[in-house]
Design a protein around this ligand. Structure first.
Ligand code: ATP
Length: 610
């Protein structure tokens, strides 16, 4: 029964679409409501584009309205000026033009980083009326452009046919959006939204992914524009206002920006509000502002969030069957002993590595080595440069001097995603954990680059996608089981306690099958039982041949696990040795106890000694 209900769940929206499609033909929907439905559908396309860019990938790109205008004018121009009225041609040309505009505005906006994309797209919207004026020959300027009657294979598309066209195009877009967002790509968008640093550590070029998201978000806006030009038959600059941009933003927030179908709910609220309340036009900016404020304060995941919370509560009470995405992977792993496969560890070496932040020499002339099948610990007091060294290894910082070698290949200064692709995985001092994602899906993000599944395969749900998805789930579940935390597989990863988050990060780093593991204070905040699990995991990685670099304040843990310890103090390497040698090193003791240098005797192994 549960399986049947879970299988039927995704059919809700297609059934609604079929009912709406049948509406005018069966007399259930009159002309007033059919126009309303068309306007909601068009607005929902705009909102959906914003949801992809803002809700999923976290980029504040306000340019939906400008891309909407591009779609409308391209379709209008083709029909009126060139006599090309075929809807497929108009839609394809609108999408192509929006992709070009998306690239032209997105490349500089994203290259500059930070708020640049928000500013570029904000000005794009402000500029729309001027651009329409400048290109008067194409756009009709302030007088507007009367669009031609659209056709499909020679037949005129008006009345009910236009209604069906708009609903079918909207339905197709939402199918594409659903398949894209509810896939490993959508999960990576969520990672990007939470932390570009984590995305790059997973081997993803943040710039390229952001550009991809921005261009994908442009597509529904262009479709909406083209469809609007067909529906209204007249395009004028007054349509593409900043107020519309605000209403799209308000609809996104009200519907739930991190949701596929929240766009439909948000668009319906905005459109019906406008039509129902006559004062809406006069007070629209105030109303949009109020919506944004209320939705932000009262229900920040929008109507879709409320719906999901309701479903979750119903599942908890047993009124609806639990949806357990990990069920298949759990069944497949039953009876099998969890184990870690062979890891192809690499030698990581730094030679005279230095890093300065202005006058602050965070790291000076540091030479260390980490070997496969060994745990190499980096210890030192607060501010001694441990995290800086890890950040240099990962590529987050460019060295001020010295070399970083991975199996004798100089990799210092390369972009973080390139270093990650060479097989360097990392956990963070404060675990970087995305929202709106299950633990299972989060662990699987470790495989995003190493086990590629194309965008098209995901959108079309090709066999390659299904195979990849099943393998992702199976591997992620096996790793959670290896760490003894498989019971949290279906829980939202951001709802887990700190200790469990740390173990989940270890599982995520293992999912990539890396060559070098960088564990940054992975033991802090763990209780006794979690520490035992962590110790076992690190020992397994060592036994499997992985190279482990452990930054840790927990001295007993370091002594227990490390094969070799490097001690940093004020950015300099002051000792290197085995745990026994380091324990006997008076200078190290002095660093930790605060004794003066005079009191400290010669260290067992001096800087550079191995
Ligand atoms: N991005 C940065 N900009 C400026 N200074 C920095 C930056 N990152 C680190 N530092 C400085 O570099 C020095 C070393 O810091 P780092 O975080 O590497 O120490 P740590 O040994 O990891 O300390 P902790 O154990 O507290 O994490 C500190 O003086 C710190 O202020």
């Amino acid at each position: 029964m549960a399986a049947v209900v879970n299988r039927l769940r995704p059919l809700g929206v297609p059934i609604l679409l079929l009912l709406l499609l049948a509406g005018p033909g069966t007399g259930l929907i009159n002309s007033y409501w059919s126009r309303t439905v068309m306007l909601i559908a068009i607005l929902s396309l705009l909102v959906s584009g914003l949801n992809v860019v803002l809700g999923y990938a976290g980029e504040l790109a306000m340019g939906q309205v400008a891309l909407y205008a591009v779609g409308a004018y391209v379709a209008g121009y083709l029909g009126v000026r060139l006599g090309m009225t075929d809807v497929t041609l108009a839609l394809a040309a609108a999408v192509l033009a929006a992709v070009v505009v998306g690239l032209v505005t997105g490349v500089p906006g994203l290259r500059l980083g930070g708020w640049s994309l928000a500013m570029v797209t904000f000005f794009l919207v402000i500029l729309v009326p001027n651009l329409i004026d400048v290109f008067e020959h194409f756009t009709g300027g302030t007088l507007g452009l009367a669009a031609a009657v659209p056709t499909l294979f020679g037949a005129e598309i008006t009345g009910d046919r236009l209604y069906i066209l708009i609903l079918v195009v909207t339905g197709l877009w939402f199918a594409v959006a659903r398949n894209l967002l509810l896939s490993r790509h959508g999960n990576m968008f969520l990672v990007l939204r939470q932390s570009p640093i984590l995305a790059s550590m997973l081997g993803v070029s943040v710039y390229r992914l952001k550009l991809l998201v921005y261009v994908v978000g442009a597509i529904p806006a262009a479709l909406a524009g083209a469809l609007f030009s067909m529906l209204d038959g007249f395009i004028a600059p007054e349509t593409f206002t900043f107020a519309l941009a605000l209403s799209v933003l308000a609809a996104s927030v009200v519907g739930g920006s991190t949701s596929v179908y929240g766009a439909l709910a948000g668009a319906a609220v905005m459109q019906l509000g406008q039509q129902t309340f006559t004062q809406f036009q006069d007070w629209q900016l105030v109303i949009y502002g109020a919506f944004l404020l209320l939705a932000g304060v009262l229900f920040n995941r929008g109507l879709a969030g409320l719906f999901h919370d309701g479903v979750a509560a119903a599942c908890r009470r047993g009124w609806l069957p639990q949806n357990r995405p990990s069920a298949k992977a759990a069944a497949a792993s039953e009876g099998r002993e969890p184990h870690l496969g062979r890891l192809d560890g690499a030698v990581l070496r730094t030679e005279g590595l230095s890093k300065s932040f202005g006058g602050n020499k965070a790291l000076q002339d540091v030479s260390v080595e980490a070997r496969p099948g060994e745990v190499t610990a980096l210890i030192g007091p607060n501010g001694s440069g441990k995290t800086t060294l890890l950040n240099l290894i990962c590529g987050f910082y460019r060295p001020s001097g010295g070399r970083l070698l991975l199996d004798e290949e100089q990799v210092g200064g390369r972009a973080p995603y390139r270093i990650a692709r060479l097989g360097v995985a990392r956990t963070f001092q404060t675990p970087l954990i995305p929202q709106h994602m299950s633990t299972l899906a989060f662990v699987a993000t470790g495989r995003y680059v190493t086990h590629r599944v194309g965008l098209l395969a995901a959108v079309l749900r090709l066999p390659a996608f299904r195979r990849g998805y099943a393998a992702d789930d199976a591997e992620a579940y096996a790793l959670l089981r290896l760490l003894g935390i498989e019971d949290v597989a279906d829980r939202p990863v951001n709802s887990l306690a700190l200790g469990t988050r740390r173990l989940v990060e270890v599982a995520r780093s293992l999912a990539a099958g890396p060559r070098v593991f960088l564990f940054d204070e992975v033991g802090s905040g763990l209780d006794e039982s979690d520490l035992v699990v962590l110790e076992r995991a690190i020992e397994m990685i060592r036994a499997a041949g992985g190279t482990v670099i452990l930054v840790e304040h927990n001295f007993p843990l370091v002594l227990k696990l490390a094969d070799r310890i490097h001690v940093l103090s004020q950015g300099q390497l002051i000792a290197t040795g085995t745990p026994a040698e380091i324990q006997a090193d008076r200078r190290v003791l002095a660093e930790y106890t605060g004794a003066t240098d005079d009191e400290a005797t010669e260290p067992a192994t001096r800087k550079g000694g191995r």
